[in-house]
Design a protein around this ligand. Structure first.
Ligand SMILES: [Zn+2]
Length: 65
């Protein structure tokens, strides 16, 4: 499964930061190749996203039946 996504660098807006959703959830930070700005999740956001993701998984498995 591919979880890689891209986001335009919020700092320089001239490059795209490629990040892995799951690695991001583990607290890994990703750096802009141009200006070296780092993106990452705050600890409390990680918890929020994980909660949302598990709810989403429940929805998906519920839809499958
Ligand atoms: Zn940048």
């Amino acid at each position: 499964m591919e979880h890689t996504q891209k986001i335009t660098c919020p700092s320089c807006r001239q490059a795209e930061i490629i990040y892995d959703t799951y690695a991001l959830l583990q607290g890994v930070k990703f750096a802009c190749p141009k200006c070296n700005a780092q993106i990452g999740l705050a600890q409390e956001s990680i918890h929020q996203v994980q909660t949302t993701m598990s709810k989403f998984d429940q929805l998906k498995s519920g839809a499958k039946r």
